[in-house]
Design a protein around this ligand. Structure first.
Ligand SMILES: Cc1ncc(COP(=O)(O)O)c(C=O)c1O
Length: 419
Protein backbone atom coordinates (compact mmCIF):
# COMPACT_ATOMS: atom_id res chain seq x y z
CA UNK A 1 0.00 0.00 0.00
CA UNK A 2 1.38 3.41 -0.92
CA UNK A 3 0.31 6.62 0.83
CA UNK A 4 -2.39 8.49 -1.03
CA UNK A 5 -0.51 11.59 -2.14
CA UNK A 6 -1.02 14.33 -3.07
CA UNK A 7 -3.64 14.40 -0.34
CA UNK A 8 -0.96 13.65 2.20
CA UNK A 9 -2.68 11.13 4.40
CA UNK A 10 -1.11 7.85 5.34
CA UNK A 11 -3.19 5.13 6.95
CA UNK A 12 -5.75 7.81 7.74
CA UNK A 13 -3.32 10.29 9.31
CA UNK A 14 -2.39 13.77 8.08
CA UNK A 15 1.35 13.62 7.36
CA UNK A 16 1.82 17.37 7.44
CA UNK A 17 0.35 17.60 10.92
CA UNK A 18 2.47 14.66 12.03
CA UNK A 19 5.69 16.24 10.70
CA UNK A 20 4.72 19.53 12.35
CA UNK A 21 4.25 17.80 15.68
CA UNK A 22 7.17 15.36 15.69
CA UNK A 23 9.71 17.00 13.41
CA UNK A 24 11.72 15.49 10.57
CA UNK A 25 13.39 13.29 9.46
CA UNK A 26 10.68 10.92 10.62
CA UNK A 27 10.01 7.29 9.75
CA UNK A 28 6.30 6.58 9.48
CA UNK A 29 4.99 3.01 9.27
CA UNK A 30 1.45 1.98 8.44
CA UNK A 31 0.21 -0.83 10.68
CA UNK A 32 -2.69 -1.50 8.30
CA UNK A 33 -0.31 -1.91 5.35
CA UNK A 34 1.88 -4.34 7.32
CA UNK A 35 -1.15 -6.38 8.38
CA UNK A 36 -2.35 -6.47 4.77
CA UNK A 37 1.01 -7.85 3.59
CA UNK A 38 1.05 -10.46 6.36
CA UNK A 39 -2.53 -11.45 5.53
CA UNK A 40 -1.75 -11.80 1.83
CA UNK A 41 1.03 -14.27 2.58
CA UNK A 42 -0.93 -16.08 5.29
CA UNK A 43 -3.91 -16.55 3.03
CA UNK A 44 -1.68 -17.88 0.23
CA UNK A 45 -0.29 -20.37 2.75
CA UNK A 46 -3.77 -21.62 3.68
CA UNK A 47 -3.83 -25.34 4.49
CA UNK A 48 -0.05 -25.67 4.62
CA UNK A 49 2.02 -26.56 7.67
CA UNK A 50 3.86 -23.24 7.48
CA UNK A 51 5.26 -20.57 9.78
CA UNK A 52 6.24 -17.05 8.75
CA UNK A 53 9.36 -15.84 10.58
CA UNK A 54 9.80 -12.12 9.91
CA UNK A 55 13.43 -11.25 9.07
CA UNK A 56 14.03 -8.89 11.98
CA UNK A 57 16.94 -7.17 10.24
CA UNK A 58 14.48 -5.52 7.85
CA UNK A 59 12.88 -3.56 10.68
CA UNK A 60 13.77 -4.46 14.26
CA UNK A 61 11.65 -1.81 15.95
CA UNK A 62 9.86 -3.48 18.85
CA UNK A 63 6.62 -1.78 17.89
CA UNK A 64 6.86 -3.51 14.51
CA UNK A 65 7.84 -6.83 16.11
CA UNK A 66 4.86 -6.64 18.50
CA UNK A 67 2.60 -6.17 15.48
CA UNK A 68 4.19 -9.23 13.87
CA UNK A 69 3.61 -11.22 17.04
CA UNK A 70 -0.03 -10.14 17.24
CA UNK A 71 -0.52 -11.56 13.74
CA UNK A 72 1.03 -14.91 14.69
CA UNK A 73 4.30 -14.20 12.89
CA UNK A 74 7.63 -15.43 14.32
CA UNK A 75 11.16 -14.12 13.81
CA UNK A 76 14.25 -14.89 11.78
CA UNK A 77 17.18 -13.48 13.75
CA UNK A 78 20.89 -13.06 13.03
CA UNK A 79 22.20 -11.87 16.39
CA UNK A 80 21.49 -11.98 20.07
CA UNK A 81 20.39 -8.37 19.86
CA UNK A 82 17.65 -9.43 17.46
CA UNK A 83 16.82 -12.42 19.69
CA UNK A 84 16.31 -10.14 22.69
CA UNK A 85 14.23 -7.68 20.70
CA UNK A 86 12.00 -10.48 19.40
CA UNK A 87 11.52 -12.00 22.86
CA UNK A 88 10.85 -8.59 24.39
CA UNK A 89 8.20 -7.99 21.74
CA UNK A 90 6.50 -11.18 22.94
CA UNK A 91 7.45 -13.48 20.06
CA UNK A 92 7.64 -16.98 21.57
CA UNK A 93 11.02 -18.73 21.31
CA UNK A 94 9.40 -21.63 19.50
CA UNK A 95 8.68 -19.25 16.61
CA UNK A 96 12.28 -18.02 16.31
CA UNK A 97 14.94 -19.28 13.88
CA UNK A 98 18.58 -18.20 13.98
CA UNK A 99 20.44 -17.56 10.69
CA UNK A 100 23.80 -15.92 9.92
CA UNK A 101 27.39 -16.93 9.12
CA UNK A 102 29.02 -15.67 12.30
CA UNK A 103 27.05 -16.84 15.33
CA UNK A 104 29.36 -16.73 18.33
CA UNK A 105 29.41 -19.43 21.03
CA UNK A 106 27.81 -16.99 23.47
CA UNK A 107 25.03 -16.21 20.99
CA UNK A 108 24.32 -19.87 20.36
CA UNK A 109 24.22 -20.56 24.10
CA UNK A 110 21.78 -17.73 24.74
CA UNK A 111 19.53 -18.92 21.91
CA UNK A 112 19.64 -22.49 23.25
CA UNK A 113 18.74 -21.26 26.71
CA UNK A 114 15.81 -19.34 25.22
CA UNK A 115 14.66 -22.56 23.50
CA UNK A 116 14.44 -21.29 19.91
CA UNK A 117 12.85 -23.38 17.17
CA UNK A 118 16.01 -24.04 15.14
CA UNK A 119 19.41 -22.90 13.97
CA UNK A 120 20.17 -22.41 10.27
CA UNK A 121 23.77 -23.58 10.19
CA UNK A 122 26.11 -22.06 7.61
CA UNK A 123 29.45 -23.90 8.03
CA UNK A 124 30.85 -27.13 9.45
CA UNK A 125 32.77 -25.18 12.03
CA UNK A 126 29.51 -23.67 13.23
CA UNK A 127 27.88 -27.11 13.36
CA UNK A 128 30.63 -28.36 15.66
CA UNK A 129 30.39 -25.22 17.80
CA UNK A 130 26.64 -25.75 18.10
CA UNK A 131 27.22 -29.35 19.22
CA UNK A 132 29.64 -28.11 21.92
CA UNK A 133 27.26 -25.40 23.12
CA UNK A 134 24.34 -27.84 23.28
CA UNK A 135 26.45 -30.50 25.02
CA UNK A 136 27.54 -28.00 27.64
CA UNK A 137 23.90 -27.02 28.27
CA UNK A 138 22.70 -30.65 28.17
CA UNK A 139 20.13 -29.89 25.47
CA UNK A 140 19.44 -30.95 21.91
CA UNK A 141 19.80 -28.21 19.27
CA UNK A 142 17.54 -28.49 16.23
CA UNK A 143 19.41 -27.52 13.09
CA UNK A 144 18.99 -27.00 9.36
CA UNK A 145 21.78 -26.81 6.82
CA UNK A 146 21.76 -23.60 4.83
CA UNK A 147 22.18 -24.73 1.27
CA UNK A 148 23.93 -22.45 -1.18
CA UNK A 149 22.15 -23.55 -4.37
CA UNK A 150 24.38 -21.52 -6.71
CA UNK A 151 21.43 -19.69 -8.25
CA UNK A 152 21.58 -16.16 -9.65
CA UNK A 153 18.66 -14.13 -8.27
CA UNK A 154 19.43 -11.19 -10.60
CA UNK A 155 19.56 -8.78 -7.69
CA UNK A 156 22.26 -6.16 -7.07
CA UNK A 157 25.54 -7.97 -6.24
CA UNK A 158 25.56 -6.65 -2.68
CA UNK A 159 22.26 -8.37 -1.82
CA UNK A 160 22.81 -11.62 -3.71
CA UNK A 161 23.36 -14.52 -1.30
CA UNK A 162 22.71 -17.73 -3.23
CA UNK A 163 25.68 -17.93 -5.60
CA UNK A 164 28.66 -20.17 -4.93
CA UNK A 165 30.91 -17.10 -4.63
CA UNK A 166 28.78 -15.67 -1.77
CA UNK A 167 29.72 -16.31 1.85
CA UNK A 168 26.39 -17.91 2.74
CA UNK A 169 25.56 -21.57 3.24
CA UNK A 170 27.30 -24.67 1.95
CA UNK A 171 27.09 -26.67 -1.26
CA UNK A 172 24.79 -29.67 -1.52
CA UNK A 173 27.94 -31.72 -1.86
CA UNK A 174 29.18 -30.58 1.55
CA UNK A 175 25.73 -30.85 3.16
CA UNK A 176 25.57 -34.48 2.01
CA UNK A 177 28.68 -35.21 4.09
CA UNK A 178 27.13 -33.53 7.13
CA UNK A 179 24.09 -35.81 6.97
CA UNK A 180 26.22 -38.92 6.52
CA UNK A 181 28.10 -38.03 9.69
CA UNK A 182 25.20 -36.58 11.63
CA UNK A 183 25.15 -39.34 14.29
CA UNK A 184 28.57 -38.19 15.43
CA UNK A 185 26.92 -35.04 16.78
CA UNK A 186 24.63 -36.36 19.47
CA UNK A 187 23.45 -32.93 20.70
CA UNK A 188 22.38 -31.63 17.30
CA UNK A 189 19.23 -32.84 15.58
CA UNK A 190 20.17 -32.17 11.97
CA UNK A 191 16.85 -32.60 10.22
CA UNK A 192 16.21 -29.43 8.22
CA UNK A 193 17.16 -27.61 5.03
CA UNK A 194 17.35 -23.86 4.57
CA UNK A 195 17.86 -21.69 1.50
CA UNK A 196 17.84 -17.92 0.96
CA UNK A 197 19.10 -16.70 -2.38
CA UNK A 198 18.96 -12.93 -2.07
CA UNK A 199 16.75 -9.93 -1.58
CA UNK A 200 14.47 -7.71 -3.67
CA UNK A 201 13.76 -10.54 -6.12
CA UNK A 202 11.16 -9.58 -8.71
CA UNK A 203 10.97 -12.82 -10.71
CA UNK A 204 9.78 -16.30 -9.85
CA UNK A 205 12.42 -18.14 -11.90
CA UNK A 206 15.31 -17.96 -9.38
CA UNK A 207 13.02 -19.07 -6.55
CA UNK A 208 11.78 -22.00 -8.63
CA UNK A 209 15.29 -23.08 -9.50
CA UNK A 210 16.52 -22.88 -5.90
CA UNK A 211 13.49 -24.69 -4.44
CA UNK A 212 13.74 -27.46 -7.04
CA UNK A 213 17.38 -28.06 -6.08
CA UNK A 214 16.44 -28.17 -2.41
CA UNK A 215 13.52 -30.51 -3.18
CA UNK A 216 15.76 -32.92 -5.05
CA UNK A 217 18.15 -32.95 -2.10
CA UNK A 218 15.35 -33.47 0.44
CA UNK A 219 14.13 -36.49 -1.55
CA UNK A 220 17.64 -37.89 -1.85
CA UNK A 221 18.19 -37.51 1.91
CA UNK A 222 14.86 -39.13 2.76
CA UNK A 223 15.65 -42.05 0.49
CA UNK A 224 18.99 -42.52 2.19
CA UNK A 225 17.48 -42.60 5.68
CA UNK A 226 17.77 -38.96 6.75
CA UNK A 227 14.22 -37.71 7.29
CA UNK A 228 13.73 -33.96 6.88
CA UNK A 229 11.31 -32.29 9.30
CA UNK A 230 11.66 -28.68 8.17
CA UNK A 231 12.38 -26.79 4.97
CA UNK A 232 13.03 -23.06 5.28
CA UNK A 233 12.66 -21.24 1.96
CA UNK A 234 14.12 -17.94 3.23
CA UNK A 235 12.90 -14.51 2.21
CA UNK A 236 13.69 -12.36 -0.79
CA UNK A 237 10.31 -11.26 -2.14
CA UNK A 238 10.72 -7.88 -3.78
CA UNK A 239 8.64 -4.72 -3.37
CA UNK A 240 7.92 -1.66 -5.48
CA UNK A 241 10.53 1.08 -5.12
CA UNK A 242 9.76 2.70 -8.44
CA UNK A 243 6.15 3.03 -9.41
CA UNK A 244 5.41 1.90 -12.94
CA UNK A 245 8.76 0.10 -13.12
CA UNK A 246 9.08 -2.52 -10.36
CA UNK A 247 6.49 -5.26 -10.50
CA UNK A 248 6.64 -7.39 -7.38
CA UNK A 249 5.48 -10.97 -7.64
CA UNK A 250 2.22 -11.78 -5.89
CA UNK A 251 2.35 -13.80 -2.70
CA UNK A 252 -0.05 -16.36 -4.17
CA UNK A 253 2.19 -16.91 -7.23
CA UNK A 254 5.25 -17.22 -5.06
CA UNK A 255 3.56 -19.74 -2.75
CA UNK A 256 2.37 -21.68 -5.80
CA UNK A 257 6.03 -22.11 -6.77
CA UNK A 258 6.82 -23.39 -3.27
CA UNK A 259 3.84 -25.78 -3.34
CA UNK A 260 4.84 -27.14 -6.70
CA UNK A 261 8.55 -27.56 -5.98
CA UNK A 262 8.01 -29.07 -2.55
CA UNK A 263 4.89 -31.11 -3.30
CA UNK A 264 4.73 -34.14 -1.04
CA UNK A 265 6.80 -32.58 1.73
CA UNK A 266 4.99 -33.25 5.01
CA UNK A 267 7.21 -31.42 7.48
CA UNK A 268 7.07 -27.76 8.49
CA UNK A 269 7.73 -25.04 5.94
CA UNK A 270 9.37 -21.87 7.18
CA UNK A 271 9.27 -18.51 5.38
CA UNK A 272 11.56 -15.59 6.26
CA UNK A 273 10.25 -12.50 4.46
CA UNK A 274 11.55 -9.14 5.60
CA UNK A 275 11.18 -6.45 2.96
CA UNK A 276 7.89 -7.85 1.65
CA UNK A 277 6.12 -7.40 4.99
CA UNK A 278 7.30 -3.88 5.83
CA UNK A 279 9.00 -2.16 2.87
CA UNK A 280 6.06 -0.45 1.22
CA UNK A 281 4.42 0.15 4.59
CA UNK A 282 6.98 2.80 5.52
CA UNK A 283 7.93 6.29 4.37
CA UNK A 284 10.64 8.66 5.48
CA UNK A 285 9.34 12.20 5.93
CA UNK A 286 11.91 14.91 5.35
CA UNK A 287 11.98 18.66 4.78
CA UNK A 288 13.91 20.65 2.24
CA UNK A 289 16.57 22.63 4.10
CA UNK A 290 17.48 24.62 1.04
CA UNK A 291 17.48 24.71 -2.72
CA UNK A 292 20.97 25.20 -4.07
CA UNK A 293 21.40 26.49 -7.59
CA UNK A 294 24.71 25.13 -8.85
CA UNK A 295 26.36 25.94 -12.17
CA UNK A 296 25.36 22.61 -13.66
CA UNK A 297 22.69 21.20 -11.39
CA UNK A 298 20.04 22.24 -8.96
CA UNK A 299 20.28 20.56 -5.59
CA UNK A 300 17.54 19.91 -3.10
CA UNK A 301 19.27 19.61 0.25
CA UNK A 302 17.09 17.59 2.63
CA UNK A 303 17.21 17.21 6.39
CA UNK A 304 17.39 13.42 5.87
CA UNK A 305 20.70 11.92 4.84
CA UNK A 306 22.55 8.71 4.09
CA UNK A 307 22.85 8.06 7.82
CA UNK A 308 19.03 7.88 8.04
CA UNK A 309 18.46 5.87 4.84
CA UNK A 310 21.59 4.21 3.51
CA UNK A 311 20.16 2.26 0.57
CA UNK A 312 20.69 4.89 -2.17
CA UNK A 313 24.32 5.52 -1.17
CA UNK A 314 25.04 1.86 -0.44
CA UNK A 315 23.39 0.16 -3.41
CA UNK A 316 22.48 3.04 -5.74
CA UNK A 317 18.94 2.02 -4.86
CA UNK A 318 16.02 3.97 -6.28
CA UNK A 319 13.32 5.35 -3.96
CA UNK A 320 10.38 7.32 -5.24
CA UNK A 321 10.43 10.79 -3.67
CA UNK A 322 7.28 12.89 -3.73
CA UNK A 323 6.17 16.18 -2.21
CA UNK A 324 3.57 15.99 0.55
CA UNK A 325 1.42 18.67 -0.98
CA UNK A 326 -1.46 18.92 -3.38
CA UNK A 327 -0.20 22.14 -4.95
CA UNK A 328 0.40 22.16 -8.69
CA UNK A 329 3.86 23.57 -9.47
CA UNK A 330 6.11 23.53 -12.54
CA UNK A 331 8.20 20.38 -12.83
CA UNK A 332 11.92 20.84 -12.16
CA UNK A 333 14.93 18.55 -12.24
CA UNK A 334 16.95 18.18 -9.02
CA UNK A 335 19.76 16.21 -7.52
CA UNK A 336 18.29 15.28 -4.16
CA UNK A 337 20.94 15.13 -1.47
CA UNK A 338 21.43 15.06 2.28
CA UNK A 339 23.64 17.32 4.41
CA UNK A 340 26.34 14.70 5.12
CA UNK A 341 29.84 15.49 3.92
CA UNK A 342 30.02 12.73 1.30
CA UNK A 343 29.20 13.00 -2.39
CA UNK A 344 27.57 9.61 -1.94
CA UNK A 345 24.98 11.24 0.30
CA UNK A 346 22.66 11.46 -2.67
CA UNK A 347 19.10 10.09 -2.76
CA UNK A 348 18.50 10.74 -6.46
CA UNK A 349 20.10 12.36 -9.48
CA UNK A 350 18.27 14.43 -12.07
CA UNK A 351 14.91 13.60 -10.52
CA UNK A 352 11.92 15.58 -11.77
CA UNK A 353 9.68 16.99 -9.05
CA UNK A 354 7.24 19.86 -8.67
CA UNK A 355 9.40 22.91 -7.87
CA UNK A 356 10.40 22.98 -4.21
CA UNK A 357 11.41 25.64 -1.73
CA UNK A 358 12.97 25.44 1.68
CA UNK A 359 10.63 24.10 4.33
CA UNK A 360 8.68 21.89 1.91
CA UNK A 361 7.78 18.46 3.17
CA UNK A 362 8.73 15.45 1.03
CA UNK A 363 8.37 11.76 1.53
CA UNK A 364 10.79 9.08 0.50
CA UNK A 365 8.68 6.05 -0.21
CA UNK A 366 9.15 2.36 0.46
CA UNK A 367 11.40 3.07 3.41
CA UNK A 368 9.93 0.57 5.87
CA UNK A 369 12.61 -2.09 5.27
CA UNK A 370 16.36 -1.67 5.70
CA UNK A 371 15.77 2.01 6.45
CA UNK A 372 15.87 2.77 10.17
CA UNK A 373 17.47 -0.62 10.73
CA UNK A 374 20.59 0.42 8.80
CA UNK A 375 20.74 3.96 10.19
CA UNK A 376 23.84 5.32 11.87
CA UNK A 377 24.83 8.52 13.62
CA UNK A 378 27.45 9.45 11.00
CA UNK A 379 28.24 13.16 11.07
CA UNK A 380 26.89 13.11 14.65
CA UNK A 381 23.35 13.14 13.41
CA UNK A 382 20.98 11.60 15.96
CA UNK A 383 18.77 8.68 14.90
CA UNK A 384 15.40 9.72 13.49
CA UNK A 385 12.15 9.09 15.35
CA UNK A 386 9.84 6.27 14.21
CA UNK A 387 6.07 6.28 14.32
CA UNK A 388 3.49 3.56 13.82
CA UNK A 389 0.23 4.76 12.33
CA UNK A 390 -2.97 2.75 12.55
CA UNK A 391 -6.25 3.93 11.02
CA UNK A 392 -5.85 7.62 11.82
CA UNK A 393 -3.96 7.29 15.12
CA UNK A 394 -0.24 7.20 15.75
CA UNK A 395 2.17 5.95 18.37
CA UNK A 396 5.82 6.96 18.63
CA UNK A 397 7.71 3.65 18.60
CA UNK A 398 11.13 5.25 18.74
CA UNK A 399 11.86 8.65 20.23
CA UNK A 400 14.16 10.91 18.26
CA UNK A 401 17.61 10.27 19.68
CA UNK A 402 18.88 13.00 21.99
CA UNK A 403 22.42 14.29 21.75
CA UNK A 404 23.08 12.98 25.28
CA UNK A 405 22.04 9.46 24.23
CA UNK A 406 24.18 9.62 21.13
CA UNK A 407 27.34 10.32 23.11
CA UNK A 408 26.46 8.14 26.11
CA UNK A 409 29.31 5.74 26.85
CA UNK A 410 32.01 7.97 25.36
CA UNK A 411 34.58 9.60 27.60
CA UNK A 412 37.93 11.30 27.27
CA UNK A 413 40.80 8.86 27.90
CA UNK A 414 41.26 9.48 31.62
CA UNK A 415 42.34 5.97 32.63
CA UNK A 416 45.03 4.09 30.72
CA UNK A 417 45.43 0.37 31.42
CA UNK A 418 47.41 -2.58 30.05
CA UNK A 419 45.70 -5.73 28.78
C1 LIG B 1 18.74 -15.62 5.95
C2 LIG B 1 17.86 -14.50 5.53
N1 LIG B 1 16.53 -14.69 5.56
C3 LIG B 1 15.68 -13.70 5.20
C4 LIG B 1 16.15 -12.47 4.81
C5 LIG B 1 15.16 -11.42 4.43
O1 LIG B 1 15.25 -11.03 3.13
P1 LIG B 1 14.15 -10.09 2.48
O2 LIG B 1 14.08 -8.87 3.32
O3 LIG B 1 14.64 -9.84 1.14
O4 LIG B 1 12.87 -10.86 2.49
C6 LIG B 1 17.52 -12.24 4.73
C7 LIG B 1 18.03 -10.94 4.26
O5 LIG B 1 19.16 -10.69 4.06
C8 LIG B 1 18.40 -13.29 5.12
O6 LIG B 1 19.73 -13.11 5.09
Amino acid sequence: MQPDTPHATFDGLDLRALAERLGTPLYVYSASAMRAQIASLQSALGGMNALICFAVKANPNRGVLSLMNAQGVGADIVSVGELRRALQAGIPAERIVFSGVGKTDAEMTEALDAGILRFNVESHDELVALQCAALERGVLARASVRINPDVDAFTPAKISTGKAENKFGVSIHEARRWFSARHELDHVELDGLHVHIGSQILELGPFREAFQRVAAFWKELTASGHPIASIDVGGGLGVCYREGHDQPVHAADYVAVVREALAGFEGQLLFEPGRYLVGEAGVLLTRVIRVKHGDERQFLVLDAAMNDLARPSLYDAWHDIVPVTGEVRPMTSYDIVGPVCETGDTFARARTLPACSSGDLLMIRTAGAYGASMASTYNSRPLAAEVLVDAGRYAVVRQRQRFEDMVAGETAAHHWETA
